[in-house]
Each structure stands twice: as C-alpha cells, then as structure tokens.
Design a protein around this ligand. Structure first.
Ligand SMILES: [Zn+2]
Ligand SMILES: [Zn+2]
Length: 631
C-alpha cells in the first residue's frame, strides 16, 4: 500500500526514514499515518461530516482485536459486512454454533470518494479472525455486486467451498481466472431446490426471478426457525397477479416458521410492482420488427436474460447479431456455455462483418448505456471506434435506466449520437414500447415477499441507510413490532437470543472500513493515497526542490518549483518570487539550528510553511511535496 505515494516522492527524493521522529501538531491531527506531502488546513475544511469512509480503518481495527466476545451458546449472530450503507459490495455472515456461513461477496467500482482505486470490497477482518469456523460461501446470483469480491475474499478467509447455481458458478470461474496467483475456486453447483449441510447447519435454496438466470434465495435452518434471504429479486407478475411458477417457488414458506428475513431495499421508494421483464421483451420485440434500419441496443452486460432474449428474437426474424463490449461478450459466452440458450451457427457475427449485410438485417448489442468513457457506444458516438461507424438512419435503443451520477455522461453521448443523424429511443421516450425494467422489486413486490415469508424478525439489507429505514417503516406498516427490526450498518453485530424471542444490536462492531483494491494492493488503510488523490484533483500539486550546501548551510541556488493543476506559474511570477524567499528562509533557518543537518526536519518545516503561505495567498490547498538534497 501507499506505493504510489512513495513512488511519487522517492523518485525525486533522498531517503526519509526518520520522518516520524519529528512532531508536528498539524500533521498529527490531520494525518495519522506518516506521509511526505503537506497540505494546509486551517479550519479542517476537508474533514467533511466527521465520517470520512477512510478514517475508519484504524479505529475499528483496534476495536476488533479480541474485544468482540465469542458467540454465546444457543445465540445466532448476523453480521452484514457490506451492502447496507450503500448499494453494492454485498456480504453478510451468519454465525450459528460452530458454523459461520457467508452469503455473497460483492464489490463496487470506485467513485468520487475513492479516486483511482480499481474497486472496493467488504472488510474481511472479522472472518479472517474466525477462519476455522467458516463452512461455506453461498452466492445468490452472478452479478458483480454479489460475486465481484469472491476471489480476494476467499483468499483471505481460508478458501472455503462456494455453492451456487450453474450460471453463477460459471461467472465466478471466469472472474477467478483473472486472479491466477490466488488459490483455485472450490465451487460446487447446486440446484434451486437442493438441501446441503454447511458444518452442522442445514441450508436450502429456492429460485427467484431477477435479470440474470439462476438467481436463488437462501434458507438457513436453525432450531428457532428459518433465516431467509431471497438475494436480488422481483416478482414474475402481470398487473399484480403473480405467476403460478413464482407462487410455487415461494409456497415452501406457507407452513414454514421464518425466524428472520433479510431482504433488498433498492427500490423501496418505487410505488407499485416492478415492471415485469416480459413487457420489456415484448417492447424490444416490437421495435425489432418495426424498425426498418440498423438497430443498436445499448444495455447493461449484467442483464443476461434480456440480452439472450434479444438474440433469440433477432434470430427468429432472420437478423444477424453483433456483440460489442468485453463484459457483454463474456456474459453471452457464459450463457451459451451454461446451456441457457443456443444461437444457430452464423447468427452471431463478428463486428468486422457488419457491413456485409443490409441495415435491416443487423442488430448490434453494445455496452456503454451509462456513457462510460471507453465502452463500445461511447467510442462509436465520438467516432473513435476502430471497427464500427454510426450511420445516419440508425436507431439506438438505450435499454437501461441511468444510474444516478451518470446523467451528464449519458446526455453527452446522446448529443454526439443525435448529431450523426440517429434516432434514440430510451426508457423515457414517450409513446414508445417498454425498453427497460428494473431488476429489483418495487414496494408491492417487497410487501408481497414480507407477507409470503411472514418472518418474526427483520433486517433490511441492500441499500443506503435512508432506504433501509424506509424499509423498516414498511415492515412496521405490515404489522411487525419495532423491537423485532434492526437497521444495520456495515459491521453491525446483531444477535438473536437463545430462546429465539429477542433480536439485539451489540455495541461492538466488526471492522467495516471498505477494502480498496488498487492495482495489486489490497488494504483498508489507504486513506493517505486516496486523500492525496482527492487533493490533487481539487487543488493540484506543488513540488519544491532545494539544494543545500552542507558546509555553508545555505541554499546552493534558487529552488526549483514545479506545479501541476495549481496555478499557472508563468502568470504568477510575483507569487513565485515570494515563495522562493520563504523557502530560502525556512530551509536556512532550519538547517542552522541542528547539527548535523536533519533533512527530515528541514523538509517538514518547509512543507508546513509553504503550504500555509500558498493557502494565504491563493486560498488553494495544493499538495506540497518538498524535496531537500544536501551536496
Ligand atoms: Zn443482481
Ligand atoms: Zn445486487
């Protein structure tokens, strides 16, 4: 960890191993871990809200060490380790007697809080400390927010066996192949109505409807009743009438004693039932029949059910299919490998052959519905796609909703496409057929699930805190007493009493700082790297290179100054002149004081002084990197 920080410094610096010797009040306050960069902070402006996600790591580390008591006889412990202060990186541990069973191990991609990080996974410390109790990892379905963390999580918790249905296992194998240095995946395929033993604990499954085939719910049997989670689901229904197949799947709960339900809160704000996927299938089919030109469909690669349906329809209509975008190709390969569908030879053609067919005989499936910079659709829209050109008369169907935060990128793409004379149909286009539906149940789906499973206790999961609270409100509306509901944070330790009559939140917490995967480094304490990246993004950097004559203790020459993203140096000559004077004074005063010369002291002093000065002059807080060399 901190490799990038070190690299940027050591590339131009003498060694700095004694850095921590020198005490600086400001440094101490702002930076718990040593760093070689400086930033002025007068009001602590950057410590927003006191709950910076990356200031938590060390704090909880000390809490976890030995302080969480072992599970008492007869109690059941539930620990949501991810997915409850956010949407993404789902993982929940269930501890019963000598067994720990883990449900899902997801990831989410970095966002504005974690610039430059590849992705983020749940904290595994609690599990690492109890490796010998872990019996299994159960995966509800193959989406990345449920399987993305699997390779790294497994390698940290003793590589326990993994159970899931066919397609999810195939997708996990594909992902595992990207980590050849890690132990191989020990995955077993289960059927949706199978029962397995995880240690002494009996676990069974049931099928659920989602946007990917082979999604399943999980039932953990205990002597107090069942612990149930459906994973991501929506109901297969039309106008509120749930299909026979769906009723059949859930009929196992009719006579069951459900102790605890844990379920998805993503769409708790949406009224009614979620639009059934069948309507989207029909909508897309209508469009495929109706449009008499080339059709480009941009969709989430994760919506495998929909993508395979489009291929089937296109094939039936005598059209060829191009699949463009790595994740989409991979997912379609897996769908074929899983035997989920079988296109005829020649239906799927390489993108190079797209111009060999008349426009109304080709459908192109692309990634990039969110305006992602390097996805196929973006490259096509800004004419940087090496193998494909948008043509006037093409129709582009955006078969996806816009994930919050992506609005501007999507608008930009739509503008670029419209300029090239194409027609765009999105899920918002009035008067058009349905081209997208969510994969998560809306309020009515959620109510139906609560009624169907009639649990004693309830923990809302899969959503940010606000949504979890709304979900709690819904459960109470349906008649559950408040004391039977716990709204968790990541790392909350929730216990059900030995007599099965009480659910309680413990005051201790499992470590929950997200673990950042940054290149090959995995860590929950990369706060310095992340903070440096945030500072660089906001106020740029300022590098000072000063040479001291070790005999005279004076500067050998005027210091070199390099800045990026801070101020344009050429236009700020006066500022530079003043900085040079300050640097000279700071360095020479500091070097005169101590014998022999203490370079770390000089550097720290210089960093502090210059960052403060720059803030006073410019109201900016660039990352200041002082480099002091003796000759
Ligand atoms: Zn999902
Ligand atoms: Zn999910």
């Amino acid at each position: 960890m901190r490799k990038k920080n070190r690299l940027s410094f050591s590339a131009v610096s003498i060694e700095n191993k004694n850095e921590q010797k020198i005490e600086h009040k400001m440094l101490e306050k702002r930076r718990p871990i040593k760093s070689s960069t400086y930033q002025y902070s007068k009001f602590g402006k950057r410590q927003k809200g006191g709950r910076h996600p990356f200031s938590r790591g060390s704090q909880y580390k000390s809490l976890s060490e030995g302080k969480i008591p072992p599970l008492e006889n007869g109690k059941i412990r539930i620990i949501p380790l991810g997915g409850v202060e956010e949407i993404g990186k789902n993982m929940t541990a269930v501890e019963i007697g000598d067994d720990i069973i883990i449900i899902d191990a997801g990831m989410h991609f970095s966002n504005e809080e974690t610039p430059g990080v590849d992705y983020v996974i749940p904290n595994t410390t609690y599990l690492e400390e109890r490796k010998d109790k872990i019996r299994a990892l159960l995966i509800t379905h193959g989406h990345l927010d449920h399987i993305g963390g699997v390779p790294i999580v497994l390698s940290r918790i003793g590589n326990p066996p993994v159970y899931s249905r066919n397609m999810s296992v195939l997708l996990m194998k594909k992902r595992q192949a990207e980590f050849p240095h890690l132990p191989p995946l020990r995955a077993e395929v289960v059927k949706k109505d199978e029962t397995i033993m995880c240690g002494k604990t009996k676990v069974r499954f049931f099928g659920v409807t989602h946007t990917i085939p082979d999604a399943m719910g999980i039932i953990i049997e205990t002597d107090k009743g069942w612990i149930v989670t459906p994973g991501d689901y929506k109901l297969d229904q039309i106008d509120g009438v749930v299909s026979k197949e769906e009723e059949q799947e859930y009929s196992i709960f009719d006579k069951a004693k459900v102790l605890l339900l844990m379920t998805d809160s993503t769409n708790i704000e949406n009224e009614g039932f979620a639009l059934p996927e069948i309507k989207v299938h029909q909508g897309l089919e209508n469009l495929l029949r109706k449009i008499n030109g080339r059709i480009i469909i941009a969709a989430f690669a994760s919506h495998i059910t929909r993508l395979t349906h489009v291929v089937k329809v296109a094939e039936a209509l005598g059209k060829k299919i191009v699949i463009d975008g790595r994740s989409m190709k991979t997912n379609m390969e897996v769908a074929i490998e899983a035997g989920y569908f079988k296109p005829k030879k020649g239906t799927i053609i390489p993108i190079e052959e797209v111009n060999n067919y008349p426009p109304n005989k080709v459908v192109i499936l692309m990634t990039g519905s969110q305006g992602e910079e390097f996805a196929a659709l973006s490259r096509a829209a800004n004419k940087s796609h090496a193998k494909f050109e948008i043509k006037k008369g093409d129709t582009i169907i955006l078969s996806a909703s816009i994930v919050p935060g992506n609005e501007r990128a999507v608008d930009r793409i739509k503008d670029n496409l419209t300029r090239q004379g194409v027609k765009i149909i999105s899920y918002r286009t009035p008067g058009e057929d349905f081209v997208h539906a969510t994969g998560h149940g809306n309020k009515e789906d959620i109510k139906w699930l609560h009624r169907k499973t009639h649990p004693k206790f309830f923990i809302p999961i899969h959503g940010n805190h606000y949504r979890l609270e709304l979900h709690k409100g819904l459960a109470m509306e349906l008649g559950m007493p408040e004391k039977n509901i716990v709204v968790p944070d990541n790392g909350s330790i929730i216990e059900i009493s030995a007599d099965g009559q009480k659910i309680e939140l413990r005051k201790e917490k499992a470590p929950s700082a997200p673990m950042m995967v940054d290149g090959l480094a995995i860590s929950d304490v990369q706060d310095i790297v992340i903070r440096d990246r945030q500072m660089l993004a906001q106020d740029g950097m300022f590098v000072i290179i000063a040479l001291i004559d070790q005999n005279t203790r004076k500067l050998k020459k005027s210091p070199d100054l390099i800045s990026r993203g801070f101020v344009y140096l050429k236009e700020n000559q006066e500022l530079l002149r003043q900085v040079r004077i300050i640097i000279k004074k700071s360095v020479e005063d500091a070097s005169a004081k101590i014998r022999p010369i203490d370079f770390d002291y000089i550097k720290n002093n210089l960093g502090e002084t210059v960052s403060k000065f720059l803030y006073q002059k410019t109201a900016k807080r660039p990352l200041v990197i002082p480099v002091v060399l003796g000759i």
